[in-house]
Each structure stands twice: as structure tokens, then as C-alpha cells.
Write a protein that binds this ligand. Structure first.
Ligand code: FES
Length: 152
């Protein structure tokens, strides 16, 4: 049986009805067609599905949609303001913080949280905070450089 749910995604309010077992990730991708958030492992190991819930980063594959009632979700689609990319998006481009790009939305959402939560004071601290976001292309040094640039 479906459950009623009200939430905001990227500043837009939604009133939805969802199956109790649906994850936030599947809700975003399949019901709202916000496919910027990626499904890598679907069990909390890769970080490709990272979004912000009330400003905190969350692996959306581990979060049930029905638990998000009343919350504000931000996805990669919500970072840019019109044609202006978020500074972290600009920095990822400048420093080549990706190759294939599949992990990039999750990396960028974590990177924004890294700075917001004050965990970007050193390379070690950045790498620790970002350790849940896996990049199979190995763009880690460039990702760290992007974060350091936005920090300063
Ligand atoms: Fe959620 Fe991998 S898809 S952590």
C-alpha cells in the first residue's frame, strides 16, 4: 500500500505517494526523473547516490523515501543557479576532477558538504571526509585540488 509523502527537492515542493520500500534514490530517479544522482552499488558502498537532506549528505540508496517527509532534498541538479554553475562544479571542471563522470554528482555533493562541515583544512582531512565516494578512474588528486581551491 502506498504512503503519502510531502517533501521539497531543489526548492520545489512535491506531494507524492510511494511504496514503503522505495529508496530516496529510486524516488529521485524514477518518480521525479532527476537522474543526475547515480546508482552505483545500491548498498552504501560507493557514494554515487550522495544527496543533501536538510543540508547533510546522505547516501540516498540507504534512505527510505517515506522517511523524508517534510525534509528538503538537494541533488546535483539543484546546485547551479540558472546558468551559473556552483563554485564546486567550476572547480571540478578546472581541475579535471573526473574522467568517466559517473561518480561526479556524488563527489560534488560530498565535496560541498566537506567544506560546509569544516572538514577541508588539510589534504588528509579532505581525503578522510571523501573516503565514501569511490572513483574508479582514480581522479582523487584532482578532486582534492578542486576542493582545496573552493576552500581558499
Ligand atoms: Fe548508494 Fe553506492 S549507490 S552508495
Amino acid at each position: 500500500e502506498k504512503v503519502g509523502l510531502k517533501l521539497a527537492v531543489n526548492g520545489k515542493s512535491y506531494k507524492l505517494s510511494v511504496e514503503p520500500r522505495v529508496t530516496l534514490l529510486d524516488l529521485l530517479r524514477e518518480q521525479l526523473h532527476l537522474t543526475g544522482t547515480k546508482k552505483g552499488c545500491d548498498y552504501g558502498q560507493c557514494g554515487a547516490c550522495t544527496v543533501h537532506v536538510d543540508g547533510k549528505r546522505v547516501n540516498s540508496c540507504l534512505a527510505l523515501a517515506v522517511m523524508q517527509d517534510g525534509r528538503e532534498i538537494t541533488t546535483i541538479e539543484g546546485l547551479a543557479k540558472g546558468d551559473d554553475l556552483h563554485p564546486m562544479q567550476e572547480a571540478f571542471i578546472k581541475h579535471d576532477g573526473f574522467q568517466c563522470g559517473y561518480c561526479t554528482p556524488g563527489q560534488i555533493m560530498s565535496a560541498v558538504a566537506c567544506i560546509r562541515e569544516g572538514k577541508a583544512d588539510s589534504e588528509g582531512e579532505i581525503r578522510e571526509f571523501m573516503s565514501g565516494n569511490i572513483c574508479r578512474c582514480g581522479a582523487y588528486p584532482n578532486i582534492v585540488a578542486a576542493i582545496q581551491e573552493v576552500k581558499t
